[in-house]
Every structure is written in C-alpha cells, then in structure tokens.
Ligand binder design. Structure first.
Ligand code: SF4
Ligand code: SF4
Length: 136
C-alpha cells in the first residue's frame, strides 16, 4: 500500500478552545461501553445517564446538546467535564477520515480547530490507527 500523504506525521495539541464541543448542532456518537464509562465516572445510575444525557438516533445513540448547541457535558471555564471518559469520537478528533483524506481536508479542519499543526508530532501510524477507530 502506498504511503499516506501524512507519512511524516502531523502536529496536534488541543488548545481547549471548545470549538469542537460547541457551535453547530451535531452528533457525538456513544456506544454502550462509553455510556457505562460515563455513568461510572459520574457515579450516576446507567439509566439516568442514558435518559438525561443521551438521545436515540435510529439504531445509534448520541450525546444530547444544550439549547445553545453546546455538548451536554461542555462547561465554559472547565471544558469537557467527562474528559477522562470522553467518547472515541472526541478522543480521535481531528484525525477522522473526513479530515485526513488530503492536505486540503486537513487545512479545512485546521480552520475550525486551532490545535491542528501545533504541538506534538503524531506519527502516521498513530494517525491511521485513530482514523480507523471511528470512520466519520
Ligand atoms: S477545536 Fe481543536 S483545539 Fe479546540 S477544543 Fe476542539 S480539539 Fe481542542
Ligand atoms: S464529550 Fe466532552 S470532548 Fe466530547 S463533545 Fe462533549 S464536551 Fe466535547
């Protein structure tokens, strides 16, 4: 297989700006394991976490949003309040397929995420691993 265009790796370091947890309405997909992890982290019953913080979307489940479109777990001044157990979708951002198909896609992602092209050099192997964790 030919090398990806990001064979030399890409830099990324989150600036905690909150752009990816706020803004336009969207979906933060969660699976059963992730919901259970959130319940344990918050010391809340699973059923309560499911009902209060998630919504069904067909056969999938997403985190809810507040009326202002912020993720239900986002707090200004704090950031993500479930950071250690945040879903795969949040863990792998910005290394999603849609952002890594080409340098142009990566440049587009960098417009929304100031952490792109900053800080730690993430290897091509690690980028590809994250892309495969969740295909968006
Ligand atoms: S948009 Fe990028 S820099 Fe801002 S919080 Fe999200 S990952 Fe971090
Ligand atoms: S779970 Fe955390 S990191 Fe993910 S969108 Fe919500 S606040 Fe942001």
């Amino acid at each position: 297989m030919s090398e990806p265009w990001y064979a030399d790796g890409l830099r990324f370091a989150c600036t905690q700006c909150g752009n990816c947890c706020t803004g336009e309405p969207g979906f933060v997909w969660v699976n059963d394991e992730e919901v259970a992890g959130i319940a344990e982290f918050r010391s809340e019953p699973l059923e309560e976490v499911l009902g209060l913080y998630t919504r069904r979307e067909g056969h999938l489940r997403s985190l809810k949003e507040k009326a202002n479109n912020e993720c239900i777990f986002y707090q200004r001044e704090v950031g993500c309040t479930i950071y250690p157990v945040r879903p795969r979708q949040c863990r792998t951002w910005p290394f999603w397929e849609v952002n890594t198909r080409s340098p142009e896609d990566w440049a587009q992602a960098a417009k929304a995420c100031p952490g792109c092209n900053q800080g730690e050099l993430i290897s091509a192997e690690e980028i590809t691993r994250r892309v495969k964790v969740i295909r968006i």
